[in-house]
Design a protein around this ligand. Sequence first.
Ligand code: GUN
Ligand code: ZN
Length: 447
Amino acid sequence: MSSGDSLIGIRGFLIDTPERGKLRAWSDGAIVIEDGLIAEIGDYGELSKKPRREPMRWLHSNRVAIFPGLIDLHTHLPQYPAIARSETELLPWLRRYIFPLEREFTGAKARKECAQFFAELARHGTTTAMIYTAIYEESCDAAFEAAQTSGMRAIIGKMMMDVGSYGDLAVEKILETSLTQSERLCKKWHGAENGRLDYAFSPRFALSCSREMMTATAELAKKHGAYIQTHLSENLAELAAVFEMCGWADDYVDVYEKCGLLTPHTVLGHSIHLSERERDAIARSGANVAHCPTANLFLNSGIMKLDRLLDAGIRVGLGTDVAAGPELNLWHVMRTAIESQKARSFYEKNVRVPSPADVLFLATQGAAHVLGKGAQLGSLDIGKEADLTLVDIGALLPYRKNTKVQNDLGAEDILTLCIHRGGPHATIETFVRGRSVYRAMQPELFG
Ligand code: GUN
Ligand code: ZN
């Protein structure tokens, strides 16, 4: 199947979280897709018997679990080749592995990796990704072109740095060039493909950006109604350097606040080491957080106090943060979101450990709210865009397909299996706007 132009039905065990912590399921359910939207949803028995003006093509079976497409709110396309590279801490890791890799992200190499990256996202069940490219305009253009061709949903931005950058530009030209190129990319791509592609102004973090750059960037984002993405409070050495460099601000959040970077269209990666004042300031501004627990553990950065951010009223989603995170697998990120809070609860009182439904919400409907697209994406509701990931339940079970065991599983069992054992080996098919963007080679599952 290649596009959402004909009437198709997908049969499976439907699972979603329309609200935080609330699991909803149809054990032998079906979704009817028309023109890329979810047109009908309910029990397969009923929907398959309903008289129709044109024949319906039915795909899959109740051995397949169907979830809303997963949303990755923070990842770095040029960094994918450097995943799981000898863990250290943020600042030496950036200098040793990341800046040299991003520096080479140009030309044919960049274009090839961009195409592969979107195929990889789809194979992992991700349908929307918020992405940083390298500092080069062409690297960002290449990423948008690959996203456009792939059919995937993406919010992409050219990395902005005017302090300690890895490019060849003369220092006095960096600021103006970065602003001009970013605005040009935003005009070209923000809202493209009928809203499937959007632009995010992407100042790297306070240590890579002058106050002037951050302030001008915030103005550009406001002028164009575009997103902003940056990193915040990830690592203690980073924090100390920010205090040293930005004496004009009261704390890390205040750096971004004073520059106008905190808006409801802003996604702040990490945000681990925050004070109560900082959490309140983020909540007041309406800015959002991309929680990246796999990356936070990999780079020894710390454990975010997830419950405190949620209690402050901050909207939170999840990010793989490749290459600080060692996988593009959002199921793995969900698992680590649970396990890192469990670990915290062993040494801290009254920690609220998220449930499987809580973390699925963060990776789907919660992330859609972060993007201001909660009415179009994130759950299996009629009228929403048909962004779906389909999982082979058998592939998650010991000894693979055991139909009897499968028949005994409830929605929470299946979700827990996905969170703890899910990944590309179990993705059967991924849809964006009803178009198949990835299909595994297992023909017996498609009948
Ligand atoms: N802080 C600034 N740049 C980066 C980056 O590329 N990855 C991570 N994890 N943190 C950052
Ligand atoms: Zn990052």
